[in-house]
Write a protein that binds this ligand. Structure first.
Ligand code: RFL
Ligand code: PHB
Length: 396
């Protein structure tokens, strides 16, 4: 016999999108239940994003989960780009976009979110089997079913939300003649490491004839670095020594001489993809975050888009449930997608500008460098990259 539960909003996926949505709804007096395939420990061990747009920072603060971020995060206004072997410039999003961004790891945000859930006493099922299914999503009583530890469960709700990432089942619950999918994969990946070494003062992205590299950070004693690598490489092929040699070779000497190397404490390879599924609503099923869209990490937009989706969706659900007004829920998909497409375009453009493509020849390399020279020396070029890196404001 299935155990049947009832709630206002059933949320599949307890990553940043799902756990932020559930918390914001709770703060508005709305009950939800989260269903997560992984253990809580596993979700907390994933090393992912590190850059928060200011809209994300302010939203986290507004919902009472900004305290540790404000204490431990590092606020930046400038980001560096190196190219051509010896060129390095910074674009200033303080000067050009009147904004800033914060280096603070997704892993830390996830911990802050789970701590807030513990304090609030919200309901979640972790470690569920890989059989989550959505039912009756075009009716007024949709539901979600799953098995956990041999027990069948059914959650009946007013609304169901897929915050289940790129590989989750939610978008497949939308008929294929309704859901449009747009997808582009890139012929390389990012090999990332964490090391307990002091990071550079600024983030620096590198275009090099050897391939892309990025110097990022988590805290004063934790650095995050990436190098572009072939898609079929495995981490075993990348000893720490090989990683550091390759990273240093991709930056100008003025940068690489500042990088402090040390043993890695985490090493992983991520593929790069641009993907959008639209619309983000079908009946009473909503998609949010990576469940609906993926960007290559070059623009640092993925987590920020998950947060802006949750901003729009929570606003719509709260207005609908608490005030019986459907306005914001009805325009959720359209509003969220405007921001999504802007970020998908920016991430695609920056990926193309900074990476080495397999078919690339000398002229392609020089054309990338010529575009970077233009941005370096043009106030308007700097303004364009700055305002997109800063991110569009969340619409009111
Ligand atoms: P998540 O984090 O993938 O969470 C989805 C959750 O759903 C669960 N799930 C299921 N649960 C139940 N049943 C099922 N059948 C399920 N299938 C899946 C999963 O276990 C998971 O817990 O999606 P969400 O919440 O939308 O959050 C999105 C962000 O995680 C993602 O966009 C960012 O990490 C992307 N990203 C970056 N974003 C930024 O804004 N700034 C950055 O600097 C940045 N850097 C990055 C990144 C992603 C990276 N990788 C590894 C892909 C750097 C990297 C290397
Ligand atoms: C990170 O710190 O992990 C990071 C920073 C900037 C990016 C992507 C990832 O564009």
């Amino acid at each position: 016999m299935a155990e049947t539960l009832s709630t206002q909003v059933a949320i599949v996926g307890a990553g940043p999108a799902g756990s932020l949505l559930s918390l914001i709804l709770h703060q508005a007096g709305i009950d939800s239940i989260m269903v997560e395939r992984q253990s809580r420990e596993h979700v907390l061990s994933r090393i992912r994003a590190g850059v928060l747009e200011w809209g994300t920072v302010e939203l986290l603060r507004r919902h009472g989960i900004g305290e540790r971020m404000d204490r431990e995060g590092h606020v930046h206004t400038e980001t560096g780009i190196s190219y051509g072997g010896d060129q390095l410039f910074y674009f200033d999003i303080g000067a050009h976009a009147n904004s800033a961004f914060m280096s603070y790891g997704q892993t830390e945000i996830q911990k802050d979110l789970y701590d807030a859930h513990d304090a609030a006493g919200t309901v979640a099922y972790y470690d569920v089997d890989d059989d989550v299914a959505f039912h009756d999503v075009t009716t007024s009583r949709p539901s979600v079913t799953f098995t956990r530890h041999g027990q069948d469960h059914r959650i009946e709700a007013d609304y169901v939300v897929g915050c289940d990432g790129f590989h989750g089942p939610a978008k497949n619950a939308i008929p294929s003649d309704v859901l449009r999918r747009y997808e582009k994969t890139y012929p390389f990946g990012w090999l990332g490491i964490l090391s307990e070494t002091p990071p550079l003062e600024h983030l620096i992205y590198a275009n090099s004839s050897r391939g892309f590299a990025l110097a990022s950070q988590r805290n004063p004693m934790l650095s995050r670095y990436y190098v572009q690598c072939p898609l079929d490489d495995t981490v075993d092929q990348w000893s720490d020594e090989r990683f550091w040699d390759e990273l240093l070779a991709r930056f100008p000497d003025s940068v690489s001489s500042q990088i402090v190397t040390g043993p890695s404490i985490e090493k992983s390879i991520a593929p790069l993809r641009s993907f959008v599924a639209e619309p983000m609503r079908y009946g009473n099923l909503f998609l949010a975050g990576d469940a609906a869209h993926i960007v290559p990490p070059t623009g640092a937009k993925g987590l920020n888009l998950a947060v802006s989706d949750v901003f729009y969706l929570s606003r719509g659900l709260i207005q609908q449930i608490n005030e019986r007004d459907s306005h914001y829920l009805d325009c959720y998909s359209e509003m969220a997608l405007r921001r999504v497409w802007a970020a998908v375009r920016f991430s695609w453009w920056l990926t193309g500008l900074l990476h080495r493509f397999p078919e690339q020849t000398e002229i392609d390399q020089r054309l990338q460098e010529a575009e970077l020279t233009y941005i370096q020396h043009s106030a308007k070029g700097q303004a364009a990259i700055s305002e997109q890196y800063a991110g569009m404001p969340f619409e009111r």
